[in-house]
Ligand binder design. Structure first.
Ligand code: ADP
Ligand code: MG
Length: 719
């Protein structure tokens, strides 16, 4: 059994992600498996690939009915024999599925844990010729997990009932306690244990001080035009408010929270899943029932209650491993909004733990430390690199600022009002607000009144947050805490000590992810994907992931072979959708002759995955090389191979770029033209084709410029 060939043919992937290969091999060898892999780590493939090879197929136990349908649709879309059994199917269809199951007609059969517990069902399942079982979202079996489901406890019996079948359990929940619980309850015997890194390198973490949160959220979403995202809010009320705020400003957003009627909730989730709305605004109730892979941003409008929740919620972004943005709007005041939730816990120990975790979450938002390092440290994982390159701290850098004067302004206002007011009021004094309350209390007469007008209220709010974070101030009291100076704070006020704080450089800038694909083509392919998905009644990401579309927008495949080289395109998807997608790409290329193709081999090398064998793309370059050596020109090679001249020019560019090649550039470009083009490239000081071709005013075309560019990059690296 060639698992690599199967990976390419069925799934359209050129390499395994970390840990996938050993898991697949273990299952094929009949071993139990327990794998902890982060969201987006590619757990499904670990059981789907063996299921596609073994004679009996796989029973997949999966917790959510809504999820099941999407997973089956995705499996069917790559040509696997798959079905699910749950109560949403009409009775007669359930009978059909069971009959086919007993005949061994499925490679994948998804069932819910409740189903397993139904009388008589187990007996029929046992008579069916399955080769192994997979338990997805296995943490649902643990009461310590965040999604405990009592019916998962029934799974404790599967080992007894299927003593001869290997059992593979998967989860993204990382805590030790949950892990132990799962192995014990499932009675795994000598399993292959896999614990993948929890790092999600494609997620960019950022924290900004919260000011006008809805406006800030709107701004952040506008940076993600046409991309799907989730906005988390703490309360149902805020969910509703933010959703209507966004809708009123023309952003398609729907609310999701437990207070909505189940039908509405379901519809809103579906609409988001199918890219019919851009944004879902939700409480933490949202997330479990969704496998949507193209979520490009997750925004937290409020502080999550601990790092575990933060990790799980942000983890819903970028499952396709494409860049995604996680943005938290933070205000220290959230502590007081969250504390009551924790204080209502019965158990004293849990209460203490809850508060401790909340403080840790605040520290994450406040400390000038790599966010990735902080998240991973929560899972006891040490991050190996100095600079993660994908969080605000590492990318922007921080600066130490002497904020003593600002601190004194704030503290003086607190001191002169006898430490009897909260943060809002103090900000009003320093800022110089003309509120009734200020006037009636005579606070507009205080010396510090209005000294901070030009910095704005938000600035003073963050100064107070920083003073609290460093223990120079403390907030006392329940709902409306009063600010008081601590002993250390008094030292700053009276000039005995400095107040130094770390400031993230250029924090107001929402981080743009590096744009590597063609946006215009992407929009067209996105539309096509949505239309075709709608016709088939499946979510768009089931057809192709964003990653696949992004690749198409770099490599511009023009034939079946090039299309197959795109990540995520296997035989079945080529057959089903190849013609339609290729047609759109071809039209687009006709309209844009200036386009620079990045051939798949290059795209692939950028990814983390290491290709295990030569890619088809490089074979096609070799074919061009062979013909070029025979003395053929661009047009002739193109005609001979049935490819476009632009493609051949791209091949030649690559060939010339290599240090050792035996082709003579002068066979493709006249000496005068070569000289002129070289001069243009040098004058432009860039590798971009467009300015060069434009300044040649018709004396050279893109193909020629491209070939020369490859030559200049190869020969002594002029470019
Ligand atoms: P998980 O269940 O671990 O959250 P999924 O199984 O849903 O993750 O996979 C996440 C995404 O990664 C999917 O879009 C899937 O197609 C993709 N994927 C999985 N394995 C690979 C691979 N070897 N190469 C490229 N993409 C992969
Ligand atoms: Mg999964």
């Amino acid at each position: 059994m060639d698992i690599f060939a199967q990976l390419q043919k069925v799934f359209g992937f050129s390499s395994f992600r970390s840990n996938q290969q050993e898991i697949v091999e273990a299952i094929l060898a009949g071993k139990d498996v327990f794998a902890v892999m982060p969201t987006g780590g590619g757990k499904s493939l670990c059981y789907q690939l063996p299921a596609s090879l073994l004679s009996g197929g796989c029973i997949v136990i999966s917790p959510l009915i809504s999820l099941m349908k999407d997973q089956v649709d995705a499996a069917l879309a790559i040509g696997l024999e798959a079905a699910y059994l749950n109560s949403t199917l009409p009775q007669n269809e359930q009978q059909e599925v069971m009959a086919r199951m007993q005949r061994g007609g499925y490679q994948l059969l998804y069932i819910s844990p409740e189903r397993l517990a139904l009388p008589g069902f187990l007996q029929r399942l046992k008579k069916s010729p399955f080769s192994f079982l997979a338990v997805d979202e296995a943490h649902c079996i643990s009461e310590w997990g965040h999604d405990f489901r009592p019916d998962y406890l029934a799974l404790s019996r599967i080992r007894e009932e299927f003593p001869h079948l290997p059992l593979a359990a998967f989860t993204a929940t990382a805590t030790e306690k949950v892990q132990e619980d799962i192995t014990r309850r499932l009675h795994l015997s000598d399993p292959l244990l896999v614990r993948a890194s929890f790092d999600r390198p494609n997620l960019f973490y950022q924290v900004l001080p919260r000011q006008q949160v809805n406006k800030q959220i709107e701004g952040a979403i506008r940076e993600h035009k046409g991309e799907a995202g989730i906005v988390y809010r703490l309360s149902r009320n805020d969910v509703e408010k933010t959703a209507s705020y966004l809708s009123a400003r023309g952003i398609a957003a729907l609310p999701y929270h437990a207070g909505l009627e189940a039908g509405v909730r379901q519809r809103n989730q579906e609409a988001f899943n199918r890219d019919e709305v851009q944004v879902i605004v939700a409480t933490v109730a949202f997330g479990m029932g969704i496998d949507k892979s193209n979520v490009r941003f997750v925004i937290h409008g409020d502080l999550p209650k601990n790092l575990e929740s933060y990790y799980q919620e942000t983890g819903r972004a970028g499952r396709d491993n494409e860049p995604a943005h996680c943005l938290l709007f933070y205000s220290r005041g959230d502590f007081f909004r969250l504390r009551p939730f924790i204080e209502q816990l019965q158990d004293k120990q849990e209460r203490e733990l809850g508060l401790q975790q909340l403080r840790r979450m605040m520290a994450f938002a406040e400390q000038p430390m790599c966010r990735r390092r902080a998240v991973l440290a929560y899972f006891d994982e040490e991050y190996g690199q100095e600079n993660c390159g994908a969080c605000d701290i590492c990318v922007h850098g921080t600066e130490e600022i002497d904020g003593t004067v600002d601190a004194q302004k704030v503290m003086s206002a607190i001191y002169r009002t006898d430490q009897r007011f909260g943060a809002g009021h103090i900000v009003d004094i320093v800022y110089g607000a003309k509120s009734k309350r200020i006037v009636s209390l005579g606070h507009d007469q205080i010396k510090t009144y209005g000294v901070g007008k030009k910095e704005g209220k938000g600035h003073w709010r963050s100064v107070i947050d920083a003073l609290l974070a460093q223990g120079l101030l403390q907030a006392e009291g329940g709902e409306y805490p009063l600010l008081k100076l601590t002993a250390a704070g008094e030292e700053v006020l009276f000039g005995k000590k400095k107040f130094i704080h770390h400031c993230i450089l250029a924090p107001e800038e929402v981080v743009p992810q590096e744009e590597t694909h063609d946006r215009e083509l992407f929009a067209r392919l996105q539309l096509l994907r949505r239309e075709m998905a709608e016709e088939e009644g499946v979510p768009p990401y089931v057809l192709f992931s964003d990653r696949s579309l992004h690749e198409m927008c770099c490599s511009y495949p023009e034939n079946d072979r090039e299309f197959l080289a795109v990540n995520g395109v296997g035989q079945v998807k080529l057959r089903q959708y190849g013609a339609s997608f290729l047609a759109v790409i071809r039209d687009y290329l006709q309209e844009h002759p200036e386009i620079e193709k990045v051939i798949p081999a290059v795209v692939e090398q950028k990814g983390k995955e290491t290709p295990h064998k030569g890619l088809q793309a490089s074979d096609t370059v070799t074919e061009t090389l062979v013909l070029a050596r025979e003395g053929l020109g661009v047009a002739e090679i193109a005609a001979r191979r049935g490819l476009k001249p632009i493609t051949i020019a791209g091949h030649l560019e690559q060939i010339f770029r290599q240090e050792e090649n035996d082709l003579d550039i002068l066979r493709f470009i006249e000496p005068d033209l070569l000289q002129e083009l070289t001069a243009q490239f040098v004058a432009n000081g860039s590798v971009r084709l467009k300015p060069v071709v434009e300044s040649m005013a018709g004396r050279a075309d893109y193909d020629q410029a491209r070939i020369v560019r490859g030559y200049l990059q190869g020969s002594g690296n002029i470019l």
